[in-house]
Design a protein around this ligand. Structure first.
Ligand code: F0G
Length: 455
């Protein structure tokens, strides 16, 4: 296919380096575990030449908009379309893309009414090719894995990363190794990894145990790790924020609210916001807030009990299995972006998550449980006065509603909280339940049901 992609002469791709987030050490290469050789902390990608050769904000915006009309794969990707703020590729054909990104920004009129925030929007990352926000990071990290010559890629996962990695590895002609906690991820996500041909290991541990093992594995075997410790992942995930701002005509919302698990996504969005301001693409920073499940609240506790100075890890337990993480790898990066954007960090209960998920479903959109923490968290932030009714709020919905049908069925059938401490309190959610109705196949039975539903 001819190369039809669009670039303008004064808009160049970015040369990059790795920088340690703790000691600031700069290097041109990273070790297999993506940790600083001096102090062991995480690396981030930085673009030192932006200072001298910073592209004009207007030129960038024009180039990005024009690419939407292009027929080339790299321009049609909602990630690579923004390639001037991503690590540079030698050749555009190197990108492994499923045309990720390009996700809609929806209004949520019913939730706007119930929360008292009329300007409430949802950026639905669950409408990516493998059904979660992970694809935006995976296209970049999988591409650089292949550029580096790796045959195998690997990740630890609560399900979405593994589905995404397996998909991109398959598209890029690489093998993939998945480490997931046995019994603690949804069948939908597990089945995706199998379908895309991953070698899938269900380990008798939790996510944190899987990630620990992976970190040792990459030092012993020639596999490239694709968890969000890998800074290429976060560069790709930055584009969520770029695309969102483009959809808002570069007028920043007052608040962006994201779920927090391993804390890669919040770190990526925060990095993007700061870079956008530094490049003159936006004039002020939205507040970025992170919401966690109460049973997996390491960041909440780290901020409240240790002022963000040291990680307080927890034994994680939540039905929102995507964020069942007690020892988040990117906690320092997340603390940094919360400070930089003056955002908040909140926690929500299992009942609050279930209610919010049903409310997002009732908008005709739906999302997986971990994404619904954003709406539940918003209600708290409004209550505390942190979000004001006249402000514009964007919720980042991270995963597709089809990712966890067991949760949804359990909720509507009334089984979700059976036998748990929340059982009696869950009665308050009955008005949101729409259980399937088994009937004799007669017209009368269906009409009676219809009449009943009208009441
Ligand atoms: N929402 C969903 C649907 C997720 O799958 C995850 C993380 C998060 C939110 C939290 O994002 O980790 O960047 O803070 N899932 C990972 C996985 C850990 O393995 O799929 P985070």
């Amino acid at each position: 296919m001819p190369n039809l992609s669009t670039s303008t002469p004064d808009v160049r791709q970015a040369a990059f380096r790795f920088r340690c987030i703790a000691c600031g050490d700069l290097s041109d290469s990273a070790s297999q575990n993506f940790r600083c050789p001096h102090c062991g902390d995480l690396l981030e990608i930085t673009y030192p030449r932006w200072k001298e050769t910073a592209p004009e904000a207007r030129n960038l915006k024009d180039a990005w908009r024009q690419r939407r009309l292009s027929q080339s794969a790299i321009d049609q990707s909602g990630v690579w379309r923004f390639r001037e703020v991503l690590p540079a590729l030698a050749r555009e054909e190197q990108a492994i893309t499923l045309r990720e990104g390009n996700t809609p920004l929806y209004e949520l009129p019913q939730c706007a009414r119930t929360t008292g925030v009329p300007r409430l929007l949802a950026k639905h990352q669950g409408l990516n090719p493998t059904g979660s926000f992970k694809d935006a990071g995976m296209t970049v990290a999988a591409t650089f894995a292949r550029v580096a010559g790796f045959r195998w890629v690997a990740c630890a996962s609560t399900g979405n990363t593994s589905a995404s990695m397996a998909g991109y590895a398959a598209r890029g002609g690489m093998r993939s190794l998945v480490l997931v906690p046995e019994g603690k991820i949804s069948w939908s996500k597990l089945s995706q990894a199998l379908d895309y041909g991953a070698v899938t290991c269900q380990l008798r541990t939790d996510f944190d145990g899987c990630l620990r093992l992976l970190q040792e594995l990459v030092l012993r075997a020639p596999v490239y790790q694709l968890n969000s410790i890998n800074p290429f992942r976060l560069e790709g995930q930055k584009t969520l924020a770029l695309e969102l701002l483009e959809q808002l005509n570069w007028q920043p919302p007052d608040h962006i609210i994201v779920p927090g698990g391993n804390l890669g996504n919040s770190s990526a969005i925060g990095k993007a916001l700061v870079e956008m301001r530094d490049l003159g693409l936006i004039s002020r920073l939205p507040k970025l807030s992170v919401i966690q499940a109460e049973g997996a609240n390491a960041l909440v506790r780290t901020l409240r009990e240790a002022a963000g100075k040291r990680l307080i890890s927890v034994q994680a337990e939540t039905r929102a299995t995507a964020v069942r993480i007690g020892n988040p790898a990117s906690w320092k990066k997340a603390v940094h972006v919360l400070e930089a954007t003056a955002g908040a960090c909140e926690q929500v209960t299992e009942i609050e998550i279930a209610q919010a998920k049903a409310e997002i479903g009732a908008e005709g959109i739906g999302c997986e449980p971990a994404s619904a923490v954003t709406l539940a968290g918003l209600k708290k932030l409004v209550k505390h006065g942190f979000v004001k009714p006249e402000e514009t709020v964007v919720l980042v919905l991270t995963g597709n509603s089809l990712k966890d049908p067991d949760f949804t069925m359990g909720f509507h059938r009334g089984d979700l909280f059976k036998g748990s401490v929340d059982e009696s309190a869950s009665g308050a959610l009955d008005s949101l339940r729409r259980p399937p109705i088994v009937l004799d196949a007669t017209l009368e039975a269906v009409i009676r049901t219809l009449e009943q539903a009208e009441k």
